[in-house]
Design a protein around this ligand. Sequence first.
Ligand code: SF4
Length: 293
Amino acid sequence: MAAVRSSGVDWTHYSGNAWIGCTEAGPGCSACYARAMMADRLRRVEWGPGKARLQVKGFAQKVRKANRESLKAGERRRFFINPHADLFDNEVPNNWRHEVFEIMKAAGTLDFILVTKRIGNAARMLPDDWGYGYTNAWLMATMVNQREVDRDMPKLERIPAIVKGLSIEPILGEIDLSAYLHLLDWVIIGGQSAQIGGAAPVKAEHRWVRKLIDQCLAAGVAVYFKQWGTGDGIRGGHLIDGAEIRQFPLRGIRRCLGCGCHDLHACISPAGNCHWSTETQCSVCQMRAMMAG
Ligand code: SF4
């Protein structure tokens, strides 16, 4: 990871909360680090249904600063939104969400990573101008076992997004992705870590992780193995069979929403983003559409 990283999360350069607070949404929340830190340790909010979420002043400034830094450096950088909340939380007023989308649209040098355990809410909570997906928004759904994958991948499939991903954090069992790999650009895998007040962590098994990595590598899907979780060392390390597997969806290249190829470049320069950064279809699809029309 580049030295610019200002987030505790390994796979992003920046992270920031538009609000804090959430409610557990499934087995993947059983040792929630956000709750452990923000509710149990720092007591900034109460956690759970009916508890007020806390809007964070300074979120917009943080995004703008990250955007300026990225532009100055001449590279796209990743920004993880809401590490201590869920963007598609039912208990958050829609105008809070819409403020976030407006802030995202104004920060074209950042790729925003939206991770949710509530992918079923996304279709009705996305803004009206989402269209094929904002060109700088990566939509990641968290699923932690085969039951959730089979239940939620069809929901992720129905939502357009320039980059679509699956976060298997924490991994709670053996998962077979073979029926879904064609839908994915990125898979993040991580073992569960113990949290004060949380349930006993599930230890990620080598064969679970190995199988997912091998499936992704064979299919050409970028895969990022973040950590073993509770085990040896603070987070259990992140090597598997002596190797570091930490890939990203191709830098500056995005999925064409016409044919699914990854031939949409999005170069930036101090003068601004290139023509293609706001397009959603590759040149071949655009040409076909012109000839057909
Ligand atoms: S959805 Fe995320 S932030 Fe919310 S309780 Fe679950 S793990 Fe915690």
